[in-house]
Design a protein around this ligand. Structure first.
Ligand SMILES: Cc1cc2nc3c(=O)[nH]c(=O)nc-3n(C[C@H](O)[C@H](O)[C@H](O)COP(=O)(O)OP(=O)(O)OC[C@H]3O[C@@H](n4cnc5c(N)ncnc54)[C@H](O)[C@@H]3O)c2cc1C
Length: 359
């Protein structure tokens, strides 16, 4: 098959969620010619996500995997895009965690003696007042180096940027339309050196990679309207309350496995409200509800790398509950792997699952 130079790209990136978008930016900024293809009519987890980055999670205040490296990298990446795209994407905001009891207060405060944890907790002298809209009879602690990213805005502006360069195509990708030769991969009249699939949950349907242990998790969030808030602090106790403006918050999230669809349910709304009501001191009105599917993996680590039999076809998936921070860091690592043959972190390389392919 012959190709003219106009129709040849270094990379085809399939899917423009946060995985595909982060990878597109990294390859673009390293001088590669990419084509992003995305079907906007398909559901996208990135459009549903609250976009929070939180270095200490769970009831037990566990430090997020690789937080010390991943968080600063992600913040630098988003700040760089803010400058390039001229929009506000990155919102720094601390996370107020009300204590449930005196026992919890003591146990959390004991954990702060660990220097790995204490760098993410505001010192008592600097701590802000308990947010006025929150019920916190035992006080609380303030997690810092946290915040949220406006993913829908980032995705829209990135799509516009690549569209203006004629490097974004609104289309449905079907793996059967790929033709692989020794020197190139062909799709839809275009030629590429490599194809990287960033399809989120939809990758499960992809015959080339359906042997990977996808373990998707459905999640739902509520959008609420509230009286004018005096703080941009995120609140986290079993659920999060994220102020996205002075009068609007996102509340989430649920975790469920059956059925794995993109429908909102009354049961999820009820579950979220049952946690919200004891926490909020002020009236609220529900204005919306969203559902999505987190593309998680069996061992809860990202899944990236090159297909065992097709050296020109790769995947970037498995971002699970933490796409906002994992995507930029591993997009950078993937770019260095693809372009400079630097090793991928073994914990994310799909090589760890090759035995499933060859069995
Ligand atoms: C309720 C909820 C709340 C969440 N909150 C957070 C949070 O606060 N912080 C956080 O870090 N993470 C959060 N997440 C997780 C986050 O959403 C994911 O980690 C991340 O969005 C995954 O991104 P992705 O690019 O892999 O997949 P997606 O965002 O799903 O993107 C896949 C893209 O591929 C496209 N596509 C798929 N197949 C095709 C095809 N055949 N042809 C063309 N295009 C195709 C789709 O249109 C889509 O645009 C949350 C998730 C949910 C569900």
């Amino acid at each position: 098959m012959t190709q003219n130079i106009e129709n040849h790209y270094d990379y085809l990136i399939v899917g423009q969620g946060i995985a595909g978008t982060s990878l597109a930016w990294h390859l673009h900024q390293s001088g590669k010619r990419i084509l992003l293809v995305n079907d906007s009519s398909l559901p996208s987890s990135s459009k549903v996500a609250a976009g929070i980055f939180n270095p200490l999670t769970g009831k037990k205040l566990v430090k997020t995997w690789l937080a010390d490296e991943i968080f600063p990298y992600a913040q630098k990446f988003y700040a760089g895009l803010e400058e390039k795209l001229g929009v506000k994407i990155l919102h720094q905001a601390s996370i107020f965690r009300p204590f449930r009891s005196i026992e919890e207060q003591n146990s959390y405060l004991a954990q702060t003696s660990d220097p790995g944890i204490s760098r993410y907790i505001q010192s008592p002298s600097e701590q802000q007042n308990v947010p006025e809209h929150v019920h916190a009879p035992f006080g609380g602690m303030e997690v810092i180096r946290s915040g949220w990213v406006d993913l829908p805005l980032l995705l829209d502006k990135s799509r516009d940027y690549f569209s203006n360069l004629s490097q974004y195509l609104e289309s449905t990708f079907n793996i059967d339309d790929l033709k692989v030769s020794e020197k190139s991969v062909f799709w839809n009249g275009y030629g590429f050196d490599k194809v990287i699939l960033c399809q989120g949950f939809n990758a499960r349907k992809n015959e080339l990679f359906n042997w990977l242990p996808f373990t998707p998790v459905k999640g739902q969030i509520l959008e609420i309207e509230i009286d004018k808030l005096a703080t941009n602090q995120i609140v986290n106790q079993g659920i999060f309350i994220l102020p996205v403006s002075e009068t609007h918050c996102r509340v989430g999230a649920t975790y469920s496995w059956d059925p794995l669809d993109w429908e909102t349910t009354a049961a999820a709304a009820q579950e979220l409200e049952s946690k919200l009501k004891p926490l909020l001191k002020v009236p609220y009105k529900i204005t919306g509800q969203l559902a999505g599917i987190r593309p998680s993996s069996h061992d809860r680590r990202p899944m990236l790398g090159i297909h065992p039999d097709y050296s020109r076809i790769g995947i970037f998936n498995g971002l699970g509950t933490k796409g906002v921070t994992l995507a930029p860091y591993f997009a950078n690592q993937f770019t260095e792997y693809l372009e400079k043959q630097k090793e991928l972190n073994e914990a994310v390389n799909i090589k760890r699952y090759f035995s499933l392919y060859f069995r």
